[in-house]
Ligand binder design. Structure first.
Ligand SMILES: CC(C)(COP(=O)(O)OP(=O)(O)OC[C@H]1O[C@@H](n2cnc3c(N)ncnc32)[C@H](O)[C@@H]1OP(=O)(O)O)[C@@H](O)C(=O)NCCC(=O)NCCS
Length: 286
């Protein structure tokens, strides 16, 4: 158990180097960001360091989602030799009032690290869904249907409308704000939009990662779902990614999302690897 004088406080930019060093040298770490993003995460004010006698023993990094009241756990780490369950509990307890002051009412984590399961469950996290990875080879792509929507590449001034479609299509946990969509574009994602009657009704985003074409986003406005627009957008994105030389496609989706999984399976995507749990915890109540 941790000894006395435990301090959990928001990190400052001057702590970045020490935190980076800590992350590099501990065995139990869950990190979903590059170290170059650490100063920005710290500036956003939701990275917490836990110290005892000047020594960092734990770090928790949370990104607030623009939409809604969700905080996305992006990093957790506990020093070697300490009990993970106690350490994670103290980090969450120490961070909670800061998170609440920033409007975060619930936390979620896409849990790829086995060692975190027990500690998070012990502190009230429950499984909300499971993500599956789908793969497909990049040849034999069916032609892109011409109907019902007209497809074109996104323009910067489309982003607010794309964000509206995204918000209508996805639950708050998964939706992207205009800022997050702009960030995707800046990272090199190729975005195509579907238009009907002069309105954007859907969009897809595909990115190249090595020889893999990753379908990062696909959404159709609920009023227009089931009309073949998702299939058009997906095939357009696959055709583009194939044209730039990828040999396989990948995507992640909730396995209990029948619209999406049926569409992917009908185009010969196959589930691959283990399912990744998504855990959530309400921190809104007193
Ligand atoms: C998944 C999504 C993009 C599909 O777009 P869509 O335009 O509704 O899909 P389409 O009309 O092109 O349908 C393609 C296939 O999807 C499946 N599908 C579509 N609507 C469905 C429904 N209500 N129930 C079950 N399957 C459905 C069918 O297999 C369909 O093939 P079919 O036309 O041969 O029956 C859309 O439902 C959506 O935006 N959902 C919310 C966001 C999301 O889940 N995105 C994907 C997560 S990665």
């Amino acid at each position: 158990m941790p000894p006395t004088q435990i301090i959990v406080r928001p990190a400052e930019v001057k702590d970045a180097q020490e935190i980076e060093h800590f992350f590099r040298h501990v065995r139990r770490r869950y990190i979903t960001f590059g170290m170059e993003d650490l100063p920005q995460l710290i500036r956003e004010g939701l990275v917490f360091v836990a110290k005892t006698g000047g020594l960092i023993w734990g770090v928790l990094a949370v990104s607030p989602k623009d939409a809604g009241e969700w905080g996305h756990i992006r990093g957790v780490s506990i020093i070697d030799g300490w009990q993970a369950r106690a350490g994670v509990g103290l980090l969450l307890y120490g961070a909670r009032s800061h998170l609440r002051n920033r409007g975060v009412r619930a936390l979620y984590i896409i849990l790829t690290e086995e060692w975190l399961h027990g500690p998070l469950h012990a502190h009230g996290f429950v499984q909300a869904s499971r993500l599956g990875t789908y793969l497909r080879h990049a040849h034999s792509i069916p032609p892109i249907p011409r109907d019902p929507a007209a497809l074109r590449l996104v323009r910067p001034d489309d982003i607010p409308q794309v964000a509206q479609v995204d918000r209508a299509a996805f639950a708050p946990l998964w939706s992207y704000s205009a800022r997050e969509l702009t960030y995707l574009l800046a990272l090199g994602c190729r975005m195509v939009v579907a238009e009907m009657d002069g309105r954007i009704v859907g969009y897809a985003c595909g990115e190249v990662i090595g020889d893999i074409g990753h379908i990062a986003r696909l959404a159709v406005h609920p009023d227009r779902q089931g009309q073949g627009i998702g299939r058009q957008l997906l095939l357009d994105t696959m055709t583009y990614l194939h044209s730039v030389g990828v040999t396989r496609f990948s995507l992640n989706t909730e396995i209990d999302n029948p619209q999406a999984t049926r569409l992917y399976e009908s185009l010969n995507f196959r589930r691959f690897g283990r399912l990744i749990p998504v855990l959530v915890k309400d921190i809104g109540e007193k």
